[in-house]
Each structure stands twice: as C-alpha cells, then as structure tokens.
Design a binder for this molecule. Structure first.
Ligand code: C5P
Length: 486
C-alpha cells in the first residue's frame, strides 16, 4: 500500500471505496479527511479521489513519489481560478441538495463571479431567501407575479442579464418543465425566456433519475444545448437509498461553470468600434487663462477602458485630465471644443459613440495672443460665442452616424425629466444621467449613481463604482448591438 502524503491511514480505507463510503469511515478519519479536503478546497469525495489517484500514480511510477504539493498539481482546475466580471444566475430547485447551493454561491463569489439567485417555491422549503441573499449580496427573486420584481427587474431581464444560468439542484420536476417549455413560475419562465447558456446539476432519487420520463426529458434538454454536470453516485438522504442521483459537488459544478465561462468568454464587443469623448475642454482667454468645466474624466476613461477590455477598437478623444491613458485605447488629446469636434469627425465612422466629455458651452470670441494686463477697477469684458455641440452634431449626421449615440447629462435636480428632454434635443439614442449636486460627490469621485434614459424608458442603476457603471454600460451596448443585427 502506498504511503499517502499526510494521511497514510486514509489510504487503506480509500482503496476500497468501491465497497465503503466516506460515511462509513470512523470519526477520527473522517475528521482528518475533512481537514485535508478543506485545506485543499475540495469536497471530501474529491479529496479521497485525489488521494487514490496519487496512490495509484505512485505505485505505477515511483518517480512520482513527490512532496505534498502533488495533489494540487493533479487537481483538474487550480482552486484559485477566478472569473472576474462574470455573472451567474443561480436557480435553486427544491431538493435536499439545495443546502449545497449555498456553498456554491459562496465559492462562486470567492472566484469573482457575481451571483444572482432565484429560489423556486419548493427550494424555500429547504433554504431561505435570507441565507441566499446574505451569501450572494444581492436581492433574491422568487415570484413571477411579484409586482416589485416585474417593474424593477422582471423575468426577461433576469433571463438576459447573465453570462450563464445555473440550475442547482435541478430536480426532476424542473427538468420536466424545462423539457416541455412550461413557464408557470419565475424559474421556469426565466429558463424559457433565456438565450443564455444553461448548465444544470440534476439531483433526485435514483429511481426518479432512471425513470423513462426523466431519461426522455434529459435527452430533450441535451438536444436543446443544455449542459449537464452530474449526478454522482452515492447515498441519498433517505436511509438505505443509494445510486445515481446525488447532486455533483459544488467544486465539480464550479469547475463545469468556469470551464464553460472561460471557453465562451468571447469578447462582448469584439469587431466593434467605439468613440468616447472624455474630460473637460479648455477654452483660452489668453495664453495663461481659460474657461473650463469641472470634470475629472474618470467616467469617460472608465468607459473607454471597459470597451477595450470587451474587445472593441476604441478611440478616446479627451480634454486635459490627470489620468493615465487607458490601456489598449487609441487616445487623442485635445484642448478646446473645436479641436474635440475635429478629432471626433476624423475618428468616424464607428459603431458606437459615447459622449462623456464636459464640453465648455462657450469660448471667448477673440482669445488674446498675449497675456491680458490687469487694470485696477477695469475688469475686461469678454465676448463669448457658443461652442459646437459635438453630441448633437454627430447624432444629427445624415451619413456616418454611429448606430448607437450615447450622451451624458450632468444634472443637479429633476434628473430624469431633464435627461429625457436632452435625449430629444440632442437626437441621441440614450442619455446616461447623473446627479452631480455637490452632496453626491460624483464630481471627481470614484462612484456614480446613474439613470439610463432610452426611448423605452428610464432605468435607475444602483450606486456603484465608475468602473462598474462603465462595464454595465458596455454590456448594455453589446446587447443593443446584438438586438439590432450584431
Ligand atoms: O447640453 P449639455 O452640456 O448638458 O449636454 C451634455 C451632453 O452633451 C454630454 O454628452 C456632452 O458630452 C455633450 N456635449 C457635447 N458638446 C457640447 C456640449 C455638450 O458633445 N458642446
């Protein structure tokens, strides 16, 4: 018998796992296996499998007798793998395995995946919305006919605003609904409405799993492109019941989900071009004085960065800012509104134009070539003239207009109302409106609370970092482009 790295006592038992289960190990062994599994971030079953694999390897290849690092190297996917910025909608069905889905939420979050949960009515017999909400850090959705949900998010948005829908546990009932296209509750309505990939982790009694009806449903789901992880063989919650039907372990489900997500992390805006204006403009009065707007450029730069991250070819036309150029972005630096308009015109055509710059409304008609001398009691009279409206100019172009033109509105009161009027006045498709009154700290700060005004209505987004606003906007842009023909 091979020596195990640090629990040789477990090996003799594990090598006969075919006939005994972890449940039958004595308490001391179970405890040691649990500690070891926790240390490696695996389930107890996975840990036992790893020990067996290592032991088998050692017996066939003596050179493989290695120090304690070996199990990690053999793990199919390193535990530290992360998938930042990805979103999973986790539908929790009503089965005893639902408690494992709480662990799933925690582990997905640890890997940087945002998790939104939907609990079926049956799931709430096993776990509470409170625990799912506390672990996910997001509101938990339960009812199809909940007015709040429908007006606020709605099953269509839940179905759409995710990179992957994960159903765990997928009960026999949920699988049947999915296979037949039933949509009589929130979970099944989402599953019918979605165009996103769906991964299911079935969990049920072995007889239900092997029933002809479930076999038919499974075949239909596979044909529909649903991905399936598990079920595993093992003991059931019911005493004396064993067989194929245990839900895959959270780490197995995570591995399947992350493998899928990374294989399909096709960049959202690959092949698309985007123009972003950012920062203030500076309108000279004379060589040392100027008129400008307060703008750090943080939001505009974050949008350019997020679009580049999503694979777009991005041109950023920016006024004077104290920010580094975003990586992977073609940055053109300008000073005045007229220079900005010229650079914008040179950068067209593009698929999307985002006009986040705080362009000065006026410039001095005749800026002095020399510094104006101060004369006591006789301040100069500056004749101002209007600057071109870059957003409106581009939005009203007959030729070379971007497919999607997005303006910004910095408001201090009646934000949505003013922004709607601006949408019409400027001829843009969307307006991103934010409250820049002093108390909000938006100006120059790192967070933002915005409202997205489209021709369909107003969406109020929660307060979040400017980077997250940028990423959310990029996702919406990708969705809009896909809806209007890719
Ligand atoms: O009219 P207002 O300045 O409030 O409009 C804001 C929006 O219009 C922003 O998207 C801003 O970038 C754009 N804008 C522009 N050229 C101007 C003034 C504003 O592109 N001269």
């Amino acid at each position: 018998m091979a020596d195990c790295i640090d629990c040789n006592a477990i090996i003799p038992y594990c090598t006969v796992m075919g006939s005994i289960t972890i449940r039958q190990l004595d308490d001391a062994l179970k405890h040691r296996l649990r500690l070891r599994a926790a240390r490696h971030g695996r389930s107890m079953e996975d840990e036992a499998r790893t020990i067996l694999r290592n032991a088998a390897g050692e017996e066939t290849t003596p050179a493989a007798r290695q120090p304690a690092a070996a199990p990690e190297r053999q793990s199919p996917r390193p535990i530290e793998i992360t998938d930042h910025g990805k979103r999973v909608l986790l539908i929790i069905g009503g089965g005893i395995a639902a408690y494992k889905s709480l662990d799933l939420i925690r582990r997905l979050k640890q890997r940087g995946v945002a998790v939104r949960c939907v609990l079926t009515g049956a799931a709430r017999q096993f776990i509470t919305t409170l625990s799912a909400g506390a672990l996910s850090g997001e509101r938990v959705f339960t009812d199809l006919f909940d007015a709040d949900t429908e007006f606020d998010v709605g099953h269509i948005r839940l179905a759409r605003e995710t990179d992957l829908i994960l159903v765990a546990p997928a009960t026999a009932d949920l699988m049947a609904k999915m296979a037949t296209g039933a949509a009589d509750d929130l979970a099944s309505a989402i599953l019918l409405a979605t165009e996103r990939p769906v991964l299911i982790a079935p969990a049920m009694n072995p007889r239900m799993w092997s029933h002809a009806a479930t076999r038919r449903n499974l075949a239909t789901l596979l044909e529909d492109g649903v991905i399936v992880v598990g079920p595993n063989e093992g003991e059931m919650a019911e005493p004396g019941e064993a067989g194929l039907g245990r839900m895959a372990e959270p780490l197995e489900i995570i591995e399947a989900a992350l493998t899928f997500l990374s294989a399909h992390s096709g960049k959202l805006l690959a092949g698309k071009s985007m123009l972003v204006t950012s920062g203030p403009t500076r309108e000279p009065i004379d060589p040392v004085r100027y008129i400008a707007n307060r703008s750090s450029g943080k939001q505009g730069h974050a949008i350019a960065a997020a679009a580049a991250e999503a694979g777009a070819e991005v041109t950023l036309v920016c006024g004077p800012v104290a920010l580094p150029d975003p990586p992977g972005v073609n940055t053109i630096k300008v000073e005045t509104a007229e220079e900005m308009l010229a650079a914008v015109n040179r950068s067209l055509p593009v698929d999307v134009g985002v006009f986040a710059a705080a362009v000065a409304d006026w410039r001095v008609e005749r800026a002095g070539a020399n510094k104006m001398k101060k004369q006591a009691g006789r301040p100069p009279r500056l004749a101002l003239t209007e600057n071109p409206d870059i957003l409106a100019t581009v939005a009203h172009r007959m030729r070379g207009r971007p497919r999607l033109v997005i303006g910004f509105a910095a408001e201090t009161e009646r934000i949505a109302e003013h922004a709607k009027a601006k949408l019409a006045r400027k001829g843009s498709d969307w307006i991103v409106a934010n409250d820049v009154s002093q108390s909000t700290g938006v100006m120059g700060g790192d967070s933002n609370t915005v409202h997205l005004i489209t021709r369909d209505g107003v969406e109020s987004w929660p307060p979040q970092s400017k980077r997250d606003v940028a990423r959310a906007l990029v996702r919406r842009i990708a969705e809009a482009l896909a809806e209007t023909g890719g």
